[in-house]
Design a protein around this ligand. Structure first.
Ligand code: 6PG
Length: 251
């Protein structure tokens, strides 16, 4: 696990965009395609807006890049809460990516969406997917994607995609990738900003011995890399460099 802390959001977004370009170049060289999983959330949205800028967008061979989602809210695709709509507005409408490279989670109003998405992944990958890069946000309760504490989706070990009942106070029912899929990725990256996340970042990265593991703590790639990109505000309660991480302060 590697933690990078940036003095401001702009530096963090530059680092995140650079990391994605690097991972894309490596995947395209090795396998001729880059399978990228997007997250919902206000922080990931800022990254998509950054990637849409020509300086980044022109570095990426979008014709060989395939877009998936780590989770989605069971709302219509034009609903302001839709993660697909958010990514479409912030990024997809501004880049030259073939429509057939985009795999939104079906927005139908039932758990059938989970089965439909899992079938789509099976057609794409044939076996448990190995995504090249999975972007994740972090909730103040330790959720990531739509893996919320104390829900069945967190402990699911067979399904690739799960339906999640409406999380308390956090809107509609959802669809989420499960941990077996997330932990099979080549690279997983948490993108966390803001002082409101400092407490959960501290709890996750410097866990107390007897505290139950939160969903975000169970993101542990089997063989891929795990990177945390934090701004100084989100890292404000990290007292020191945690033993098993390399911390780099970027200007
Ligand atoms: C979602 C996301 C969710 C999000 C976190 C952080 O659909 O909401 O997948 O996991 O990334 O809740 O969101 P913010 O960056 O907006 O705090």
């Amino acid at each position: 696990m590697t933690i990078h802390i940036y003095q401001d959001t702009s530096a963090l977004l530059t680092a995140a965009a650079t990391l994605i370009c690097q991972q894309a170049a490596a995947a395209l060289t090795a396998r001729g395609r880059f399978n990228l999983v997007l997250s919902g959330g206000s922080t990931p949205r800022q990254l998509y807006e950054e990637l849409a800028k020509p300086a980044w967008a022109q570095q990426l061979a979008w014709k060989n890049i395939y877009i998936f989602w780590g989770d989605e809210r069971l709302v219509p695709p034009d609903d302001p809460r839709s993660n697909f709509r958010m990514a479409k507005q912030a990024l997809l409408d501004h880049i030259n990516i073939p429509p057939e490279n985009i795999y939104p989670i079906p927005h139908c109003q039932t758990a059938a969406a989970a089965s439909l998405y899992e079938s789509a992944l099976q057609r794409q990958f044939g076996q448990l997917p190995t995504f090249d890069f999975i972007l994740l946000g972090l909730g103040e309760d330790g959720h990531t994607a739509s893996l919320f504490p104390n829900t069945a989706a967190v402990t699911e070990q067979n399904r690739w995609v799960c339906a999640v009942p409406p999380p308390l106070g956090q809107g509609p029912a959802r669809i989420t990738l499960t941990l077996p899929v997330i932990n099979r990725a080549e690279a997983v990256c948490f993108l966390v900003t803001g002082r409101s996340k400092a407490a959960i970042v501290h709890r996750l990265l410097i866990p107390a011995g007897n505290a139950p593991a939160l969903p975000a703590q169970q993101v542990a790639p089997v063989s891929g890399t795990l990177t945390w990109l934090l701004d100084a505000a989100a890292a404000a309660e990290l007292p020191a460099i945690a033993a098993n991480t390399k911390e780099a302060y970027e200007r």
